[in-house]
Design a protein around this ligand. Sequence first.
Ligand code: CA
Length: 222
Amino acid sequence: MKILIVEDEQGIAAFLKQGLEEECFAVDVAEEGKKGLQLALSGEYDLLLLDWMLPGLSGVEICRQFRKESYETPIIFLTAKDTLDETIFGLQSGANDYIKKPFHFEELLERIKVQLRPKSGVHAVFTLGNITLNTETHQVFREEQEISLTQKEFALLEYLMRNKGKVCRRTRIIESVWDIHFDYNTSVIDVYINALRKKLSLSEEENYIQTVRGVGYIAKEI
Ligand code: CA
């Protein structure tokens, strides 16, 4: 998961970056509004943390322009402004949540996790290294290149990517991706995993889908 922080107070930005990296997020920081919007529009991020008062472009303005481009990435405001009117104004501009400064890192982390929780039934885009999977368009890309997958391969990859960073047990994979009456003893999962690795051209160094011996598989960024 990748987070963009747009914050001009270097101390806060560095503190957040370190804390989030320790929680295994990839983090970029922009200290100025226009740069922040430019990075946000790259579409690389799973969540944006926006300071309210910024040089160049305010957090609210970034939020508005970002939403105008139809991005649905969750946005959390970091704000010292705490009057009701301003909070409502912030949320109306398209933010999902806000947290008042000063705040406890743990509280922010919880709010981030709430925003990143997969919403069942809602279409989503998942990333794994340079692989992206879009559940709405049913497309998979490795960098710019589209990868053609069968329906089962897609479902398997989606399951692993939805559970990125967690060990997925073979029985759970079978239940979720295949018919529940499927013969548990077959090595069909391994066959599909190998097909996926091949189609995605995963090398040893970039093996985003790893075998957990005797248990199952885990999708993780190296
Ligand atoms: Ca500021």
